[in-house]
Design a protein around this ligand. Structure first.
Ligand code: SAH
Length: 342
């Protein structure tokens, strides 16, 4: 059996069955651009080749096991099972004002242990393969198709740290961007990181037009270390060098999660303004999503707005983000492997 993402093997299958290249193009379009699934794709092939393609290709890498739809906003959490029995999650976001986005996972669990993140509490199990990353997009596209929707943006903001799984990340981005496959423009893809300097630089060399988001959360070294253990190894000074480098390709998204009494004071504001001087950045102020077992508290909405307004007045491009999917534990930092699938 070969995977649907193994382009060389599919080409070999095409030659063996003497299928015309344009029929394979229709087959791929049906699968990746039009989200028509297995039957829809096979229907594009000459009848005498269908059986061989059906028998030899694995059309799904992940098993879709559960779906939870939010009752308060347009988010749906999709739970998938890997062939070795691990559960991973993707989230479909349907903001009232905008286009459909998909938030995908890059690892089972996460090794970064950020103090505010539920995924961090479950520890690290393994990296996802490029096929497993891509299958989240293929299956989610098929799931939203009956609603007349398509996935407009893909963000690597689910479980895991994408820049600690670099090769599969690069392979999946290549496939998402390639014209014969998904054909996503770089501007519709975003990768979010805790901040791993050498990987950020490699990333922006390889995919300069894919958006990069840095989870900064504090511009004070001692505060950031408490929130994010990785900050001890990768200091703010090191990160600033990488930010200067990567922002040569365009604005970097800076994510700033606001925690009451932790990173929302005057000193925090000043440190942030100083830190980001001369860096073309878009700052996204994000609310804290609470979850059981975490005693951190989010900064109230009015104070978040005031902080954002001060940043704007200081000349920074700033937005206030509202969270979707909080009631189904699908919001940022709430994704967790809630039960073992085997
Ligand atoms: N590992 C990557 C991507 C996954 S997390 C990263 O750290 O960027 C996606 C975003 O959600 C990050 O900005 C992360 O800091 C944020 N986040 C984690 N836990 C959160 C929580 N409980 N509430 C709000 N945002 C959270």
């Amino acid at each position: 059996m070969v995977s649907i993402y193994d382009t060389d093997a599919i080409e070999a299958l095409r030659i063996r069955n003497a299928v015309q290249p344009h029929r394979i193009k229709l087959f791929r379009n049906a699968l990746f651009k039009n989200a028509l699934g297995r039957a829809g794709a096979l229907a594009e092939l000459p009848e005498d080749a269908r059986g061989e393609f059906a028998r030899n290709i694995d059309f799904q890498v992940l098993e879709f096991t559960e779906r939870h739809d939010s009752e308060i906003d347009g988010a749906s959490k999709l739970v998938f099972k890997t062939t070795d029995g691990h559960l991973i999650e993707s989230v479909v976001l349907r903001p009232a004002t905008g286009r459909t986005s998909l938030c995908i996972s890059s690892q089972v669990g996460c090794a970064c242990s950020c103090s505010f993140c539920a995924t961090g509490k479950m520890g690290f199990t393994r990296n996802l393969t490029a096929d497993e990353i891509l299958d989240q997009v293929t299956q989610a596209s098929r799931i939203v198709k009956p609603e007349g929707r398509s996935i407009r943006n893909v963000v690597f903001m689910g479980m895991g740290e994408p820049l600690l799984n670099l090769e599969p990340l690069f392979q999946s981005l290549d496939f998402l961007r390639a014209a014969p496959f998904f054909n996503y423009a770089g501007s519709r893809l975003m990768v979010s990181t805790v901040g791993i300097p050498h990987a950020m630089e490699r990333f922006s060399e390889k995919h300069p037009d894919v958006q990069l988001a840095l989870s900064l959360h504090s511009a004070r070294q001692e505060v950031r270390e408490k929130l994010m253990p990785q900050a001890r190894k990768y200091t703010l000074d090191m990160l600033r060098e990488s930010l200067l480098e990567t922002s040569r390709h365009g604005k970097v998204m800076i994510e700033y999660l606001m925690l009451s009494g932790v990173n929302d004071g005057d000193e925090d504001f000043q440190a942030l303004v100083n830190y980001l001087r001369d860096i073309p950045a878009h700052i996204n102020i994000i609310p804290f999503n609470e979850y059981a077992g975490c005693n951190l508290r989010g900064t109230p909405q009015l104070e978040r707005k005031a902080f954002a307004d001060r940043l704007k007045a200081a000349g920074f491009d700033t937005t206030l983000r509202y969270s979707l999917g909080a009631d189904i534990a699908a919001a940022c930092g709430q994704l967790v492997q809630h039960k073992k699938g085997i």
